[in-house]
Design a protein around this ligand. Structure first.
Ligand code: S3P
Length: 449
């Protein structure tokens, strides 16, 4: 059974605006918030999490652990307190665990659930039910997991009570979700788990496992984990999400006269591709007040408007900016010359087919693009003050596409109407308010259906 589409779908009506100015905090990091709930639940003792992202995706993870008997207080003003049940303390959920739109929750949880004594079922919304799970089913099955899927798609039925064996596994795709699912299953395996990554991907799971007392050893692109008996409860603080900050980095870069500072943003090198790529395009970005928040680097990011130029995206940067391409495409449309992305087929299996949906939306707004199976070329219109025509674009329920097109209003001739925006609540619940505060001319309305 999959969730019905919500009937209260949202439209953004975004009128042209001139610049972004001011200081802002973006909400907590989504990837880190998911992992914090998971490891806190398995730890022995009480873990407090400050800066938790109370977006629908991370709340789905939180509810899943409550359904497995973990006592979790909050979130209250970003604070969550988890009474960890210990690594073998989860209980069988009474019904299927519904993870909504959250691919990270489903893939990571699967890694944990295959190692439990009980059976479980994972379901999601219409978008999640179309996302490929074979990439996690394959290595977990090699470890001894028993999972039934709907032709590699959710719903997933997990048959618990299996003994898992550690594997040595080379990831066929650079995916932090797959890597993390294997590591979480590896906590319960009889022996060592070794993973070889084809390219660096976000390493929050490795960092957080180390924080909880279970070190993951890295040697170049290879990782090794020993099985664990116990995770130690912690006090965690989640940095601001660079993936949410990215919309404002692009907005301020493309809108003349802009000057914003985003405080306490996670700048883990495996997530900072958007900053590197914008700097390669000529963005005026200053990193200030760098420090460590627990095991994660953070900093304030100041961005002033700059004339961007098109680039060829270096392939090694793709996994480091994997969620930021919708907004980077908006930057590319405002740049001088063409921007070329290749080797990015993964973008077709995100919350939407991001290559197709972005190409269609950009064309609707008058941008010249060439679409390929694994990438796109965007012809920038830097010489025009107004780069985008007004018009209607469909975000296809993809939060990052909705927010990316909202930023296009900073260089648009007329109003941009963006439909199907309800899923912005999965990662950035206060996006509209924050965007209004720094200068975006954005209002919400119910979708006409
Ligand atoms: C995530 C990993 C990435 C990313 C997703 C979050 C994570 O997915 O796109 O939004 O938290 O591990 P892949 O592992 O599929 O690249």
């Amino acid at each position: 059974m999959t969730q019905q589409m919500p009937s209260n779908r949202l439209t953004y009506q975004v009128n042209p605006a001139t610049s972004l100015r001011g200081d802002l905090h973006v909400p907590g990091d989504k990837s880190i918030s998911h992992r914090a709930i998971m490891l806190a639940s398995l730890a022995t003792g009480e873990t407090s999490i400050t800066g938790f992202l109370a977006g629908a995706d991370c709340l789905a993870t939180l509810h899943a652990f409550r359904a497995m008997g973990v006592k979790i207080a909050g979130p209250h003003a970003g604070k969550v307190v988890v009474q960890g049940v210990g690594i073998h303390g989860l209980q069988a959920p009474k019904q299927a665990l519904d993870l909504g739109n959250a691919g990270t929750a489903m893939r990571l949880l699967l890694g944990l659930l295959v190692a439990q004594r009980f059976d479980s079922e994972l379901i999601g919304d219409a978008s999640l039910s179309k996302r490929p799970m074979g990439r996690v089913l394959q290595p977990l099955t090699l470890m001894g997991a028993k999972i039934a899927a709907n032709d590699d798609f959710p719903p997933l039925q997990v048959h618990g009570g299996q003994t898992l064996t550690g594997i040595e596994y080379t990831l066929p795709v650079a995916s932090a979700q797959v890597k993390s699912a294997i590591l979480l299953a590896g906590l319960y395996a009889k022996n060592t788990t070794t993973i070889h990554e084809p390219a660096a991907t976000r390493d929050h799971t490795e960092r957080m496992l180390t924080t909880f007392g279970c070190p993951v050893k890295r040697d170049g692109q290879s990782l090794t984990l020993q099985p664990a008996d116990c995770l130690k409860a912690q006090a965690l603080t989640v940095p601001g999400d660079i993936s949410s900050a990215a919309f404002f980095l692009v907005g301020a870069s493309i809108a003349p006269g802009s000057d914003i500072t985003i405080q306490q943003v996670g700048l883990n090198p495996t997530r900072a591709g958007v900053v590197t790529l914008l700097q390669l395009m000529g963005a005026d970005i200053t990193i200030q007040n760098e420090c460590l928040l627990g095991n994660e680097p953070v900093a304030d990011i100041r961005v002033r408007a700059a004339q961007l130029h098109g680039i060829t995206i270096p392939r090694a940067q793709i996994p480091l900016a994997i969620d930021e391409f919708p907004t980077l495409f908006i930057a590319a449309a405002c740049a001088e010359g063409r921007t070329e992305l290749r080797g990015a087929r993964e973008l077709r299996v995100k919350e939407s087919d991001r290559l197709q949906v972005m190409a269609t939306g950009l064309q609707r707004l008058g941008i010249d693009v060439e679409l390929f199976d694994n990438g796109i070329i965007i012809h920038g219109c830097a010489s025009q003050q107004t780069v985008f025509n007004g018009g209607q674009v469909d975000s296809h329920g993809d939060h990052r596409i909705a927010m990316a097109f909202a930023m296009a209003s900073l260089r648009a001739k007329g109003a941009i109407t963006i439909s199907d925006c309800h899923n912005v609540a999965t990662s950035f619940p206060n996006f509209v308010n924050l965007a209004q505060q720094v200068g975006l001319n954005i209002e919400t309305a119910k979708d006409k259906q």
